[in-house]
Design a protein around this ligand. Structure first.
Ligand code: SAH
Ligand code: SF4
Ligand code: F3S
Length: 466
């Protein structure tokens, strides 16, 4: 569905916009506040929520106290993410008492589960509506209804299953952007909630992806990340490697990257296309391993072995000697023994990842692994393994980063580094985080930074002439 062509949605959008225009005329500007949790997909959704809200005449604020519309874009991947979101939803009670006209919308993955929707309905009376990710584009419709009917709405399963096109996007950065190429996931890894909350895989038409990337580049975007839970299974009139070929053929000075790849689906063609376009394709591969034990990988329904994984790593490094590799690891999956965990550490030593995002296993109700209560690894054991993994990975990452000391790297500047107004940070083509002194005008520009010092998570240096 293209929402620009949908009369009902456009009608609702216009109605809310008209109301906000009248309020503004009467001196009451309406503000929207949006908070996003979770992954890049959710970040991209957050940009759409903001795009739609702005199209309806809301002005964006980073201060929740000022808002008339609060949109909380939640994540459900681990319990911690849900608890954090629930606590922030809880804060809206006080905000509503202060501003009785406040509309609170809970969006994102948490609201794709009946149980959570029921909980929000009953326990959080100041939540005005929920909107699951697949129905995100229905925001104007829901807002219009809650305003007209003055009642709460909890949508679930109202989408048509098709990827919505034409949703306005408010981009956070001009020089860096996310472009979703597919939605949903069919893999059903046994620990993971994503297929339940994001639905089945849907790929966007390649023509539309190409048009969006082209427009971004023409608008000055320098670094574009293609997004999908499993980009390798992209399928429209071409496969993922084919889509990359089309995008690599576009003119302009920009880099393309993508996430996430599933090891079972990495094709030789994909590696070939990346190697063939070194100035276009970022030399970075995020390849979640999850565990280094074949027994655990099977129990996770990952459908590859460590041997297969190592084969991909060899092929990637043979084709692109400077490629950086990053990964996700889950510690303490049900039934994980000390031996299984040792195999994970062993894989870290063998592959030598540049960076690992590690997570403590968190049971998600409704997933098969969460049923295996008798096999749960005790929290103290999980915690102890987690610390060992971090310590080892810090050593490996430090060594990997040290190899850049003394080198001059091209860096795309992003923002001020936290806490110091003279320090800026940016990323290299390979995705390395770099900190360096600069001024505001460097943001969005490529600069050359001579690396003086490395730590496990970042490089530190100073700008030099090209
Ligand atoms: N589609 C991507 C990312 C999914 S979520 C992929 O397949 O890699 C991001 C990461 O969260 C996963 O890679 C996994 O490491 C972690 N994760 C997912 N479910 C989890 C759970 N129940 N507990 C702990 N970590 C989890
Ligand atoms: Fe979750 Fe697995 Fe799908 Fe990734 S591939 S989103 S981990 S089910
Ligand atoms: Fe979280 Fe949903 Fe992403 S569960 S990790 S926001 S797909």
């Amino acid at each position: 569905m293209n929402i620009k062509e949908n009369e009902q949605l456009q009608g609702c959008l216009e109605k809310v916009k008209e109301k906000n225009r009248r309020d503004a005329e009467n001196g009451r500007i309406r503000y929207v506040y949006i908070q996003t949790f979770g992954c890049q997909q959710n970040e991209a959704d957050g940009e759409k929520l903001r795009g739609m809200a702005e199209a309806m005449g809301y002005r964006y604020t980073s201060d929740a106290e000022q808002a008339d519309l609060i949109l909380l874009n939640t994540c459900a991947v681990r319990e911690h993410a849900e608890l954090k979101a629930l606590s922030i939803i809880g804060n809206c009670k006080r905000l509503r008492e202060k501003n009785p006209e406040l509309i609170v919308g809970v969006c994102g993955c948490m609201t794709a589960r009946q149980q959570r929707v029921d909980q929000l309905k009953k326990g959080y009376p100041y939540v005005t509506f929920t909107l699951e990710p697949a129905s995100l584009h229905l925001l104007p419709l829901v807002l219009c209804r809650v305003m007209e009917e003055k009642r709460r709405r909890f949508l679930l399963g109202e989408d048509d299953g098709e990827a919505a096109e034409g949703v306005p996007v408010a981009r956070t950065h001009k020089h860096r952007a996310y472009v979703s190429i597919m939605y949903g996931c069919n893999n059903f890894c046994t620990y993971c909630i994503v297929p339940y909350v994001r639905g089945r895989e849907r790929s966007r038409e390649s023509e539309l992806v190409v048009a969006e990337v082209k427009e971004l580049v023409e608008d000055g975007c320098r670094d574009i990340t293609l997004l999908g839970q499993n980009v390798n299974s992209y399928k429209s009139d071409c496969d993922f490697a084919g889509l990359l070929e089309k995008l690599c053929a576009l003119p302009g000075d920009f880099l393309l990257r993508f996430m996430t790849s599933h090891p079972k689906d990495v094709s030789d063609r994909l590696i070939e296309v990346m190697a063939k376009h070194p100035h276009r394709m970022a030399p970075h591969f995020h390849l979640p391993l999850q565990s280094g034990s074949d027994r655990i990988l099977a129990a996770m329904n990952r459908r590859y072995t460590t041997e297969h994984y190592l084969g991909i790593v060899d092929r990637l490094r043979a084709a692109m000697p400077h490629v950086t590799l990053t990964s996700d690891i889950i510690v303490g999956f049900p039934g994980e023994t000390e031996e299984d965990f040792a195999a994970t550490l062993d894989m870290l030593r063998r592959v030598r990842f540049d960076m690992v995002y590690s997570f403590l296993y968190s049971p998600r109700s409704g997933t098969p692994a969460a049923e295996r209560e008798e096999d749960f690894v005790p929290d103290d054991v999980k915690g102890e393994r987690f610390s060992r993994l971090l310590a080892l990975q810090d050593e490996i990452a430090l060594e990997a980063n040290r190899r850049y000391e003394g080198e001059t790297l091209r860096v795309l500047t992003d923002s001020i580094s936290r806490g110091d107004s003279h320090m800026y940070s940016g990323r290299t083509a390979a995705g390395k985080l770099v900190h360096f002194p600069a001024t505001q005008d460097a943001i969005g520009q490529f600069v050359f930074v001579k690396i003086e010092r490395a730590d496990p998570y970042a490089l530190h240096g100073a700008i030099v002439d090209a």
